[in-house]
Design a protein around this ligand. Structure first.
Ligand SMILES: [Zn+2]
Length: 440
């Protein structure tokens, strides 16, 4: 311990608890004695001193002095000497009331960490200030510690040379991933991908209008939706490198997110396959989709093993489009239904199974009849389930290729089809396999 430098905040801490009862020089002398002569650990020595002078040890900032690198999630009280790397002000809504907070990043020579100050008071610290923070606490966010300043936290400005100059580094280096390996809940991700599409939207975040730049990006392993909460000047075709992003599930599909805190770079466009190549749909195994928890714009190939109820000729409420049960809408009662076609199929490819939902256009194409013809057939048979039976005969045990967006929920993967084609079975290949088997 570089004693005078490091012991001073603890002397201050003890003096704060004891009020005017004892002067600081005396505390300083005694604390050093406890530490050096009696070799008592710092936190115990502080408590003993406070007790000796009739104070309450529980009022001490237990404040273990730590470097940023030493921070772990859910620490009740930590002290730091650090530099404010970024400082932002905003209002959040707490219990219907607007409340100002300050957030940003701070760091020392070991690492940097995001912080949020919940009790701003007369906040007077700026980017670049070196501050001594006492009694801060940490929480966990996506596996990483996040520093919080609350009511009990004390912040004081120190001289700028109290900390050496350092280049801020993330708390740990971001890990490189390919798009296909992105899963909800991941953080601190490094990703290189090409922007296939981007648009600016305005969204309401906590009562505040914010611009978000969202779209789709891809590498050779697949595509992912993204949201950038900062204007990086993204445009279609850009190859970008983002370090420090995260993945959230949005409507059952993993989505890549990043904001002004990431390291961002535009790379040479030849670092990635061209846009039209990346825009092509990527063939996934169903097991991969289950593992990843959904993905956009995928192709799967498998065999239909079941056609679920609610497939075939259905009638929808003209008001709300809900499927009618015996001519009755759950909301609008008895109505004149509008005929529609749909397939809910269970698709298996050997690595897993999913439910695919195929709408009218695709159903008409597969069955080779339009909705009008299907209605006539059902009318003649006086039974609307004949269409579902036809679909079962046609599709069960049939290899098929389906493309669309795959979302994930408690029931597994649901693929909303954009297109589907029945695949011809490779007769020669099958014959050869059979021959090979016979030879054994
Ligand atoms: Zn209705």
């Amino acid at each position: 311990m570089k004693e005078n430098e490091d012991i001073a905040p603890h002397v201050e801490d003890i003096a704060r608890v004891l009020g005017d009862k004892v002067d600081k020089e005396e505390i300083d002398r005694e604390l050093k004695q406890y530490l050096k002569e009696y070799r008592i650990p710092l936190s115990t020595a502080k408590q003993m001193l406070v007790k000796k002078y009739g104070g309450a040890p529980s009022n001490l900032g237990l404040g273990v002095f730590k470097t940023v690198e030493q921070l772990t999630p859910n620490e009740p009280s930590v002290d730091l000497l650090c530099r404010l790397i970024s400082v932002n002000h905003k209002d959040v809504e707490v219990g219907g009331e607007k409340k100002p907070i300050v957030y940003g990043i701070l760091g020392d020579q070991t690492a940097s960490v995001p912080f949020t100050a919940w009790e701003v008071g007369d906040w007077q610290f700026q980017k670049g200030d070196v501050v001594r923070v006492r009694n801060a606490y940490t929480k966990e966010w996506k596996g990483q510690p996040q520093l919080n300043f609350g009511e009990r936290t004390n912040i004081e400005r120190e001289s700028k040379d109290a900390l050496p100059n350092f280049a801020p580094t993330p708390i740990s280096d971001p890990k490189k991933y390919e798009v296909k390996d992105l899963k909800g809940g991941m953080s601190n991700i490094s990703l290189v991908a090409r922007v296939l599409f981007v648009e600016k939207r305005n969204v309401n975040v906590g009562g505040e209008e914010k611009a978000v730049f969202s779209g789709i990006m891809a590498d050779k392993s697949g595509k992912v939706q993204f949201s950038a909460w900062h204007d990086f000047g993204l445009s279609e075709g850009d190859v970008i490198k983002v370090e420090g992003g995260y993945v959230k599930n949005w409507r059952g599909i993993p989505q890549f997110g990043f904001d002004e805190r990431v390291k961002f770079e535009v790379l040479d466009t030849d670092k990635m396959p061209p846009l039209d190549e990346l825009a092509e749909r990527h063939v996934y195994q169903i097991g991969e989709l289950i593992d990843r928890g959904g993905a956009i714009d995928v192709v799967v190939e498998g065999v239909i093993i079941d056609i679920k109820s609610g497939s075939g000729l259905i009638f929808r409420c003209p008001e709300c489009k809900r499927v009618l049960q015996k001519g009755v809408c759950r909301i609008h009662g008895e109505v004149e239904g509008k005929a529609d076609l749909r397939i809910k199929a269970v698709l298996d490819d050997g690595t897993g199974a999913l439910t695919a939902v195929l709408g009218r256009d695709i159903t008409e194409k597969l069955i080779g009849k339009d909705v009008k013809e299907c209605r006539e057939i059902a009318k003649k048979a006086m039974d609307q389930s004949v269409i579902a039976d036809d679909l079962k005969d046609l599709l069960i045990a049939t290899p098929i290729r389906i493309s669309g967006d795959a979302s994930f929920d408690d029931f597994g993967i649901m693929l909303i089809a954009k297109d589907a084609q029945m695949m011809s079975i490779d007769v020669q290949k099958e014959a050869k396999t059979m021959l090979d088997e016979l030879e054994v």
